[in-house]
Design a protein around this ligand. Sequence first.
Ligand SMILES: [Zn+2]
Length: 193
Amino acid sequence: MNIERELKKRSNQSCELCGNTDNLNIYLVPPVVKNAGINESIYTCTVCIEQIETPEKTDVNHWRCLNDSMWSEHKAVQVMAWRMLSRLRNEGWPQDLLDMMYLEEDDLKWAQATGEGEAPEDKIIHRDSNGVIIEAGDSVVLIKDLPVKGSSMIAKRGTSVRRVSLDHENAAYIEGKVDGQQIVIITKYVKKI
Ligand SMILES: [Zn+2]
């Protein structure tokens, strides 16, 4: 039997997340593995898929459906329910549902694999001396003379540094080229331009 036929049967031809009966598709639950089969797939509607894939389009009320579908016996459905509840946990009720949910250890690892629902404060955010967020590719100007690590060079105050890159492990540092040399720059000594 092919996957679609199996999924149609398993789902009773309705979205396994919200119960919608239109525009149903096979959705391979990420991270997509080689030879993914019915156990790594859910049958779901385009409304759900669009919101899963585009977090900015998430309509909180649509996901009230998880109240039912989180109890699915199918692991792939449980994993997607867990992820969407985690994404929305700050709304309150999704956290209550999450607290009721039980996933086996391996399934929980699978559910967590995409980083869904991780607190934004875990993300490293680089800010300049004024607290303005610096992103990769931005330009900054030095507001202080900076000795360059490992050389006698001093990067002068007022020097602009184009297209900086970020130190992904430390919010205090960015990198950029000054006089053709890639240097580490302390974010609190720059201003974004
Ligand atoms: Zn749906």
